[in-house]
Design a protein around this ligand. Sequence first.
Ligand code: NAP
Length: 312
Amino acid sequence: MAKQYDIVIIGAGPAGLAAGLYAGRARMSTLIIEKEKDGGQIVQTAEIENYPGGLLEDSGPSLVARFSAQAEKFGCEKVLDTVREVELDGPVKKIVCNKETYEAKAVIIASGASPSHIGCPGEADFTGKGVSYCATCDAAFFEDFEVYVVGGGDAAVEEAMYLTKFARKVTIIHRRDELRAAKSIQEKAFKNDKLEFMWNSVIKEIRGEGLVNSMIVENTKTGEQTEIVADEEDGIFGIFVFIGFKPATAVFEGKVNMEKGYIVTDQEMRTNVPGVYAAGDCRVKDLRQVITAASDGAIAAWQAARYVDELA
Ligand code: NAP
């Protein structure tokens, strides 16, 4: 028989964990289902300076550990499993996972988003062999090597600065001639001696022998293609890709309203399906941050608890 809860939360990033805390404190029987480890994207973030009240030296993992402990303190259960299918209509929602099936009166979708890929030849072949989407995870492999960072947003520029602590030289490859990143982040980047910029450029192909050792870069204005080859002594270089995210919502397609794969909610995190809420990076919104994810989670849980109370 399926295990039953008042509220099932899908995803243990900042949105899901904040929802777990609020649902637990509302005395709802609550389960968080997470397919990997807690934290979502922020476990891949070296420094989090902009979560109010966070410790200045906080890393993603340390902040997440406190989020998790706090949710568990208020009785929220957690399980490692992958959601395969959902039935969200009606008063009893069914969440079918690889290992178990769960039933809930209300569901909060906090499934987050994952990094976008360039989509060029060689990218998939060399992932983990020179191509990375996580500076915190892989920066140390490139101690004293050259590294290229793709993207021009906050993530690309912040992670590029982080990489300068390890790599000999970091070059940001951006498809336009100005960054999208916040001005305060740009100011720091332009002052960083180890950071260089390759404007109006995109990677067309990644090559190597076992590990990345060359790539073809195209100038978006002139169409001219250049081969960038690893320094002879190094023999390899790194490519870190930070070009935005894709929502992890495939399993909810056709079940709740979406726009370009992101779940549509009202400002109380309600989807178009009664008793189903969405929180964090998986929903349509402008600012995707830890603080906005946590805020979404709190609102979603509060609304879900109200919905469950009204069912009784
Ligand atoms: P983003 O802001 O969407 O920036 C993506 C960057 O990648 C843009 O510069 C974009 O170029 C470029 N890009 C997109 N597709 C590309 C492609 N196929 N090939 C080459 N370049 C491509 O994404 P993000 O930097 O990951 O940030 C996501 C959200 O998290 C944002 O809201 C951001 O503010 C937030 N964030 C905040 C912080 C912080 O405040 N500390 C840190 C990290 C992230 P164009 O500029 O030409 O579009």
